[in-house]
Ligand binder design. Structure first.
Ligand code: AKG
Ligand code: FE2
Length: 368
């Protein structure tokens, strides 16, 4: 894919939005393997779990039961009691909106390079037959810290990155890190804690030692944050905000728009809406946790639909094991009744990407 084509996809959405045009053919979904694009299927069976009760002797059992039943069926729940204030989460959303509202030339300074995933842009183009999502994204790696590509981190709004007036070429990378008084860094640190607490709770819900999954994630687990921006669309029945997919991550934590719904999850062959609970976080498992739990817990298929009136934003944080680590089903989850479902793999991200290019389901290719 050449640079001209990459920029033109991004421009097309911006132009069509500005001129309230019909989506062009590149966005129109011609066939859906997974049912028509409905904006209002029923609300799903996704419980709300209060993380602050994990430390309560009296209530922890009930919360872990909810976690277990939702992850073995829908693969998704929402969490409250996560320790982030309402005003902080609202600020995270505002920062995202402020970035997307910048003039196109300003956003282009953070553009994703061809064949890279980090940066600002639309879909990575992998085939001529591809149907594009009605979405712009800013995709940034936030952990491990030394792998942050600071040149892609927006300077506007200022919280995103504060270089002050120092000459960045003369200060070490370690010092640079200290200058992030910004919101993205703070959000990433808090999400890291939430992900670790959840990972321990997930292990306990399966009667495993609490570090069983964290060990596989490793000290240098990757976290990538995707800011998704879905403009309104005149024909929500014809386009996907994001086409049906499962996440390649281990654990995904999503901050939804404060008001606008759009996320749908497929459970037992049917689509369900994920309700907006303004200050809850949506948690869904990704493929790598399905592998590590030997298929007991699910990485759900999900999609995003658009609407005619309102733009929607969401901020997804994907945590996955260090790519060099070998991951596989935890021994205690394998027995005669439940033989090993998946083989041990390294760098599932690369496997997943290759399958995406070829139109294959990545999890099917790593079966034992
Ligand atoms: O916008 C959403 O609600 C979900 C986005 C999503 O599935 C993703 O970024 O992987
Ligand atoms: Fe996703």
């Amino acid at each position: 894919m050449d640079m001209a084509k990459a920029t033109s996809v991004s421009k097309t959405i911006e132009q069509m939005v500005t001129h309230s045009e019909q989506p062009s053919s590149g966005f129109i979904v011609k066939e859906t393997k997974f049912g028509s694009i409905e904006s209002s299927p029923p609300l799903g069976p996704f419980p709300v779990i209060d993380m602050s009760l994990f430390s309560s002797q009296e209530h922890v059992g009930t919360e872990l039961e909810k976690l277990k039943s939702s992850l073995s069926s829908a693969g998704c729940f929402q969490v409250v009691g996560h320790g982030m204030s309402d005003s902080f989460l609202d600020r995270v959303r505002e920062v995202a909106v402020e970035f997307f509202q910048l003039p196109a030339e300003e956003k282009q300074k953070h553009a994703r390079a061809v064949n890279e995933i980090e940066g600002y842009g639309s879909d990575l183009v992998v085939s001529d037959a591809q149907v594009f999502d009605w979405c712009h994204r800013l995709f940034l790696r936030v952990f491990p810290v030394h792998r942050r590509r600071l040149n892609l981190w927006p300077q506007h709004p200022p919280e995103f990155r504060e270089f002050l007036n120092l000459d960045v070429t003369v200060i070490s990378e370690i010092n640079l890190i200290n200058f992030y008084s910004e919101i993205l860094n703070e959000y990433a640190m808090k999400l890291k804690t939430v992900t670790e607490v959840l990972s321990k709770a997930i292990a306990k819900s399966l009667n495993l030692e609490e570090n069983s999954f964290l060990k596989q994630f490793g000290d240098q687990a990757l976290m990538q944050v995707r800011f998704n921006f879905y403009p309104p669309c005149s024909r929500p029945d014809l386009v996907h905000g994001v086409k049906p997919h499962t996440d390649r991550s281990g654990i995904t934590i999503l901050l939804q728009d404060r008001e606008v719904e759009g996320l749908q999850i497929r459970v037992d062959g049917k689509w369900y809406r994920v309700p907006v609970i303004p200050h809850a976080l949506v948690v869904n498992l990704g493929d790598q946790m399905q592998i590590m739990t030997n298929g007991i817990y699910k990485s759900p298929m999900h999609r995003v639909v658009t609407n005619t009136e309102k733009l929607r934003i969401s901020i997804a944080a994907f945590t996955e094991p260090e790519p060099e680590n070998e991951i596989g089903p935890v021994d205690q989850l394998i027995d005669e009744q439940r033989p090993k479902l998946y083989r041990n793999v390294r760098n599932y991200g690369a496997i997943n990407y290759e399958c995406y290019q070829k139109g294959l389901v990545a999890l099917d290719t790593v079966r034992a």
